[in-house]
Design a binder for this molecule. Structure first.
Ligand SMILES: Cc1cc2nc3c(=O)[nH]c(=O)nc-3n(C[C@H](O)[C@H](O)[C@H](O)COP(=O)(O)OP(=O)(O)OC[C@H]3O[C@@H](n4cnc5c(N)ncnc54)[C@H](O)[C@@H]3O)c2cc1C
Ligand SMILES: *[C@@H]1O[C@H](CO)[C@@H](O)[C@H](O)[C@H]1NC(C)=O
Length: 464
């Protein structure tokens, strides 16, 4: 059980300024309970950190959650995206076309099952109008490849065998949304922002004694909130609970004519491969994969033991362009993005990437986030484990996080998410977490091995 602090903390230190850290800061700053609390938000880079999971050109905002808790939270968030939060191009309601690539993708495969179930829901309509967009439809079943390719006609290629479009889905300009949230936080005048990297936490028997910065400076706070995304396993032992997994992104430049051609498409997401293409913006198009990702194993001092103990653990942590400016996606990921682009938009088949990026998810065993007090250290609270789907909740998740900090259950949803996000009763069998949540790609890839394959992209295609 989470132990709620008996008194309101007089100081709170939030570490990490991504979706979780920033939204927590905003909610804390608004609550009566914390009006005398000193709130500090620490970030290792000048905001926005270009390698943070929350910073990119686009993130899908989809309400299609089979889990009722996330669906309900998304319904709250949707109101914000459709209002001021999503104004000035921060949110575009372009629709999401979710397809399968295999004609035989049936109830036999877990992912196939998801689509079958979702399609049943579409038919039951759930209060949404079923039909084509031009007829005012909000969800549109696509029961053949021809129906898929009619909706995605401008792409010109093979976009999938069947599926549906949810026209009430959209996408967010991720970096712009984060800038907007950061302005809201600054406007409260309640939060002190500081750029500094946390080197380590010093653990006592039942609490965190201090927070050590890379400069050597020690910070103290009544409550420490870790919101360090995929870097969190460096600061606390999360073996068998959460791990950093590297996901591939590849970008191409397109012409204005091509921008006009693809610019009003729905997002295309293949549940067979995890590959997706969000509608382009500002003449840039992105191909990406929601996959099991790469593990980047590093051996580090055990974060909870004194350095003098010499104990080491091996965990997966991000490796980004901040660590190695020349790092690109491995040939395997490059080939997967290339093959998907070629298949769906044959006209752009050979357009070179202008850049590629490995973006780091913080994956948990079942894809639920980790938002709870640490079971051992009473002044340590974690909010992480986004598992590749937290961005869309930016406008509202902070309120839920702060409810959990306070031990308050505002409504049924609050009670349900508090259970869902709590520190797990036991750790998974393996130190590294390969999530069991729905993913494309291959499970078990290690970043260094994939980079070392060094095979040409052409050769890698044969392996796919
Ligand atoms: C490629 C990709 C695609 C995604 N697509 C979607 C999508 O379509 N829809 C959706 O809803 N979600 C999506 N997500 C998931 C969503 O972006 C993440 O769940 C969310 O951004 C996680 O936020 P965070 O705060 O945990 O992490 P981050 O944004 O990474 O924030 C952590 C912050 O902590 C800082 N930090 C780390 N270590 C330290 C330290 N020692 N000291 C100080 N600061 C530190 C980092 O610099 C960083 O700014 C995607 C994620 C990725 C990577
Ligand atoms: C489509 O979006 C709506 C909310 O806008 C949601 O209620 C519904 O479950 C979604 N998906 C399907 C398959 O209907």
């Amino acid at each position: 059980m989470p132990s709620t602090p008996k008194e309101t903390p007089s100081s709170i230190l939030i570490i990490g300024s991504g979706v979780f850290g920033l939204s927590t800061a905003y909610a804390l700053a608004q609550r009566e309970a914390f009006k005398r609390t000193k709130i500090t938000l620490l970030e290792r880079m000048d905001f926005p950190a270009p390698d943070a999971a929350s910073i990119d050109s686009s993130r899908i905002v989809r309400p299609d959650y089979p889990d009722p808790a996330y669906a309900a939270l998304m319904a709250e968030s949707h109101k914000y995206w459709r209002g001021d939060f999503g104004a000035e191009g921060r949110y575009t309601e372009s629709g999401l076309c979710l397809v399968t690539d295999h004609p035989d993708d049936s109830a036999e495969s877990a992912s196939g099952n998801y689509l079958v179930k979702a399609l049943e829901n579409v038919k039951k309509s759930l209060g949404l109008k079923v039909g084509r967009r031009e007829d005012g439809g909000q969800v549109e079943p696509l029961e053949s490849a021809r129906a898929v390719n009619r909706v995605m006609a401008s792409m010109g290629g093979d976009c999938g065998q069947s599926g549906y479009v949810n026209w009430t889905s959209g996408w967010a300009d991720a970096e712009a949304g984060m800038h907007y949230m950061r302005k809201l936080v600054a406007a409260t005048g309640r939060v002190e922002f500081r750029t500094a990297e946390v080197e380590r936490l010093h653990y006592g028997e039942s609490k965190v004694e201090s927070v050590e910065l890379a400069s050597g400076e020690q910070l103290h706070a009544d409550l420490i909130i870790l919101a360090t995304g995929a870097w969190t396993p460096k600061l606390i032992d999360l073996r068998g609970i959460a791990s950093a997994t590297g996901q591939v992104l590849a970008y191409i430049d397109i012409t204005q004519t091509e921008q006009d051609r693809f610019g009003s498409n729905p997002t295309l997401l293949s549940e067979s491969s995890g590959m997706f293409i969000i509608q382009p913006r500002s003449r840039q198009l992105k191909v990406a994969r929601h996959g099991y990702g790469y593990a980047n194993f590093v051996t580090i001092p055990h974060p909870e033991r004194p350095e003098s103990a010499g104990e080491k653990i091996t965990v997966s942590l991000p490796r980004t362009k901040q660590d190695d400016p020349n790092i690109n996606i491995p040939p395997e990921g490059d080939a997967a993005c290339r093959a998907y682009l070629r298949k769906t938009i044959p006209d752009l088949a050979d357009r070179p990437w202008t850049q590629t990026r490995i973006c780091w998810y913080t994956d948990t065993i079942n894809g639920d986030w980790l938002i709870d007090y640490h079971p051992t250290y009473s002044n340590l609270f974690l909010t992480t484990g986004g598992s590749g789907h937290a961005y869309k909740f930016l406008p509202v998740v902070g309120e839920r996080i702060v409810d959990i900090v306070l031990g308050v259950e505002r409504d049924e949803l609050g009670a349900s998410v508090r259970r869902k996000w709590r520190w797990p009763e036991k750790r998974g069998g393996d130190d590294h977490v390969w999530t069991g949540d729905w993913r494309g790609g291959v499970k078990g890839m290690v970043l260094d091995e994939e980079l070392a394959r060094g095979g040409t992209v052409e050769k890698e295609k044969a392996r796919l």
